[in-house]
Design a protein around this ligand. Sequence first.
Ligand SMILES: *[C@@H]1O[C@H](CO)[C@@H](O)[C@H](O)[C@H]1NC(C)=O
Ligand SMILES: *[C@@H]1O[C@H](CO)[C@@H](O)[C@H](O)[C@H]1NC(C)=O
Ligand SMILES: *[C@@H]1O[C@H](CO)[C@@H](O)[C@H](O)[C@H]1NC(C)=O
Ligand SMILES: *[C@@H]1O[C@H](CO)[C@@H](O)[C@H](O)[C@H]1NC(C)=O
Length: 567
Amino acid sequence: MMSRSSLLTAWLAFGFVCHCALHHVPAGAAAVTLSTASRWIVDEGGNRVKLTCVNWPSHLEPMLAEGLNKRPIGAIAADVAAMGFNCVRLTWPTFMVTNASYSSLTVEQSFQRLNLTDSLAGIRANNPDVVDMKLIDAFKSLVSSLGDNNLMVILDNHVSKPGWCCSPSDGNGFFGDGNFEPDVWVDGLTRMATMFAGVPNVVGMSLRNELRGPRQNSNDWYKYMQRGAEAVHAANPRVLVILSGLSFDNDLAFLASRQVTLSFARKAAFEVHWYSFSNGQEWASGNPNEVCARIGASVSRRALYLLDQGWPVILSEFGVDNRGGNVNDNRYYGCAAAVAADLDLDWALWTLQGSYYLREGVLDLDEVYGVLDRAWSGPRNATALRRVQALQRPLRGPGYAEAAPYEVLFHPATGLCVVRPSLTRPLELGPCGETEAWTYAQQDGRLTLRDSPMLCLHAEGAGRSVRLGLPCPDDRSHWRLVSDSKLHIAANASSSSGSGTGMLCLDVGADGRSVVTNPCRCLSGDSSCDPESQWFKLVTSSRSVAAREMLLAQLPIKLQSTKIRSL
Ligand SMILES: *[C@@H]1O[C@H](CO)[C@@H](O)[C@H](O)[C@H]1NC(C)=O
Ligand SMILES: *[C@@H]1O[C@H](CO)[C@@H](O)[C@H](O)[C@H]1NC(C)=O
Ligand SMILES: *[C@@H]1O[C@H](CO)[C@@H](O)[C@H](O)[C@H]1NC(C)=O
Ligand SMILES: *[C@@H]1O[C@H](CO)[C@@H](O)[C@H](O)[C@H]1NC(C)=O
């Protein structure tokens, strides 16, 4: 096993950490006051703040943020920041602040009550300060440590009665369920909003996680969510109020016909959850392009359409089994990441925790969706983490209009982008922070670099690297977005290349780095085939690409000769 320090060195070597440090976000950035400007979340100056959060649960039976038996709070918080997340969606159960049989407990009492002897010993060793604290004080101390690490916090009311979430019949699903008395809920929200009103890094409160179950209905949704939103805003007008939908937060479609009515403006956003299993095993059992198109359209119809209506929609839970062996998850991820990049969504990854003190009766349960390993000592899977980190950079929105909009050629399965390491080397996958600015002309199918528009991307044959050059446009430089997912970028092979004819799709070479073309895979029909390596997304960005422009300026390209075949 890799040691923790060598893992950190590896992240640094890959340059992730420095890409995360946004140049115009000063120290103390977590103390920002957020509001909304149409679909964007912005700071006091009106500049976009892209929420790139990770979930950290504190709502299970012990009511203490997971992992404090494994590492000191400050070390975990520092890792969250080092991994490039800028915020934590921190969950809490209502009863922790409304019900004396829970709220009166210290950390030690809470763990003793559940016989969590080993966990308690771990907490004593790693976080001795919290052992004798009341649960809410331990919670506050964690929020404060996140602030010390420049991390924003969204307080998420996850359940009423502490425990694993979410089943339709657990009494926590909808207003009126056994544990979900609306007045108690509003009281809990008010208490939390009041308690954290003076805490600068608490920037948002989400009203209730994953409403669901037989009682759910939109009339009660308006009645109670509006009441909850008003209560939070009255107690703490600084925080962004975040509203989740019905059916496990998969459904905000009802808002299309009836807007939410709030007394305040520019302080409310919506959240949506999207997992592979939100659609059962559809990803694994269908053709991935067809499933991606169908489910993508459905998520748009159910939630993301609100962006066009001028509301921020935070993808506040998404994630995959990080062991890489879950076909349903793998196919879903490429599609969901393409959507998240395309719309430049705010998001919160499920999830940080490598383990739970106690989940569904199991001690020290391993969380395979966790970014951290079971020991909380480093990333569970550095490859999976890197993919998610690609979604951390804001691409557009207020304050990110430094350049005329251009396209980024994003490869969701790796989280890398098509870059040109130097003017003489072939194109390859590299960090999206060093991306090329592409232009795609739909009419004649040209894919060109914005700054050398006369050179087109060419398919050179199966298994061969693509190249930038002349002449164009011709068949081999006429790119179409084929397949229902529109994630395959295809051109027709040269009949003279000797390597076959027919459609070739952008792909990743056998070295895992070069950008090649290969016969297009499983465009339709076939459900046994995985196309993810051929999935590329043209994503619009208006971020400055100053570094690349400098490189190009240093080496002026002469285009007089049509003999230039390759750069
Ligand atoms: C407080 O919690 C206990 C134990 O779960 C429960 O029986 C009781 O109904 C709760 N009281 C309120 C007011 O929620
Ligand atoms: C804790 O252990 C005691 C003694 O073995 C037992 O009586 C009690 O039921 C246990 N409580 C829980 C929550 O497991
Ligand atoms: C890490 O994740 C990648 C991407 O899903 C996967 O291919 C790989 O098998 C995973 N590795 C481990 C050790 O889990
Ligand atoms: C390749 O050529 C065929 C036949 O002319 C055409 O139907 C198809 O659209 C072309 N594909 C691409 C990607 O240009």
